[in-house]
Design a protein around this ligand. Structure first.
Ligand code: ATP
Length: 384
């Protein structure tokens, strides 16, 4: 097993006109599971291919296990990659496919190789498929074989490029758990690329979010979710997406109040925010659907109208007329009628404030005591 370090990694195509990966620095600890997530075309696969040695960086370095491998051929690197399309040899049996990598990377005898394949196949629950050809396998079985082929080599680093995208939802969930189990059991250093934020959040010890070739944030999934560095990350991580409203900052009184720019609301923050928002006039105010609560009758809150009630089984999504797709995720017992006027409330610890020009979070890293400081629009603040 090994650490992986990317240092100012850059890759351009088209004579430098297209920047696929821009100045990416990132490290993965020994035995750590890093998920890399971002929208299509953000540079995830290119990054992974540079780590594997399948793509040569324009500049920057790839360091595996403390050794700079930037100029090393893919075959020399002790990494194994699992692809979305399985990349199995169609004319070889499962045994042949799994054995092939070992033949290339070790000098084990044929019998030793076959023994190792059988052990791995048993662990992966595919031993009865060893004599089958890929065309005889289901998608899930093919992906198990592709995984097994990577595992049997016992490489330093595993690279996964959207390995579950071709599987149906149920199988994807099973395979996710399976990969996590194997990663845990084998103490593998793994880098896993996906465009699915839920997959990235649930599988990774650490998550890296890319956009437009640039690293936006890296950290433990819960930290990134709780405290995004910018509006892009806030919106990308979490489902449904974070609600974001345009607001102006009113710091005329003792505290700071965010007033809706187009929607009619006022949200009073505690005085600790005065410094954070000093000199700031306009902001984007983010609040996650699951952090919005319907206020009890008589309690202070932002008054709004229910546009749609969407039951999803365990919870209800309430679409509110505060802004486009402003959603409150509430328990399934909360079922206001469409067109009803309700008051909503949320804790100020769950409020994210973004700079509308740069998208950067102004509240990132700001720890506040937290309070339910919602006040009805144009009303006097209530004590928390
Ligand atoms: P997806 O999720 O759609 O696979 P991605 O995040 O993996 O996307 P990359 O495949 O790394 O993105 O591509 C990043 C950018 O680099 C894209 O604009 C892509 O078109 C471009 N690109 C990738 N490979 C090449 C290449 N060989 N030649 C030219 N452009 C390329």
């Amino acid at each position: 097993m090994a650490t992986v370090r990317l240092e100012n990694l850059r890759k351009t195509f088209d004579s430098g006109r297209l920047v696929a990966v821009d100045d990416l620095s990132l490290s993965v600890d020994d035995g750590e599971f890093l998920t890399v997530v971002g929208p299509s075309g953000c540079g995830k696969s290119t990054t992974l291919r540079m780590i594997a040695g399948l793509e040569r960086p324009t500049s920057g370095s790839v360091v595996i296990g403390g050794e700079d491998v930037t100029d090393q051929h893919a075959r020399k690197r002790d990494v194994a990659m699992v692809f979305q399309n399985y990349a199995l040899y169609p004319h070889k049996t499962v045994m042949g496919n799994m054995e092939f990598g070992l033949r290339m990377s070790t000098d084990l005898s044929k019998e030793e190789r076959r023994e190792r394949v059988r052990e791995t196949a048993e662990m992966m629950d595919i031993e009865e498929l060893l004599e089958d050809k890929p065309s005889e396998l289901s998608g899930g079985q093919k992906q198990r074989v592709a995984l097994g082929r990577a595992i049997v080599r016992e490489p330093d680093v595993f690279l996964f490029d959207e390995p579950l995208s071709n599987l149906d939802a149920k199988l994807r969930t099973t395979m996710r758990t399976e990969i996590q189990r194997l990663q845990d059991e084998l103490d593998i250093t793994a880098i896993y690329v996906t465009h699915d934020q839920e997959e990235a959040m649930t599988m990774g010890d650490k998550i890296a979010i890319l956009d437009d070739g640039e690293l936006q944030q890296t950290g433990r999934p819960t930290d990134v979710y709780d405290d995004p560095t910018n509006e892009f990350v806030g919106g990308f991580v979490g489902s449904p997406s974070m609600n974001v409203l345009d607001a102006v900052v009113d710091n005329a009184g003792t505290g700071v109040t965010l007033r809706g720019a187009s929607a009619d609301f006022a949200y009073e923050l505690s005085p600790e925010y005065a410094d954070v928002l000093e000199g700031v006039e306009e902001v984007r105010m983010g609040i996650r659907p699951e952090d919005v609560r319907v206020a009890d009758a008589g309690d202070a809150g932002i008054v709004t109208t229910v546009d749609v009630v969407e039951p999803i089984g365990s919870d209800n999504y309430l679409y509110l007329d505060l802004g486009p797709d402003f959603i409150a995720r509430v328990d399934s017992g909360t079922t206001p009628t469409v067109g009803a006027s309700i008051a909503i409330t949320f804790d100020e610890r769950d409020v994210h404030v973004f700079d509308p020009r740069t998208g950067e979070s102004l509240t990132h890293g700001v720890a506040v005591a937290g309070s339910d400081a919602v006040t009805p629009a144009e009303a006097e603040p209530t004590a928390d």
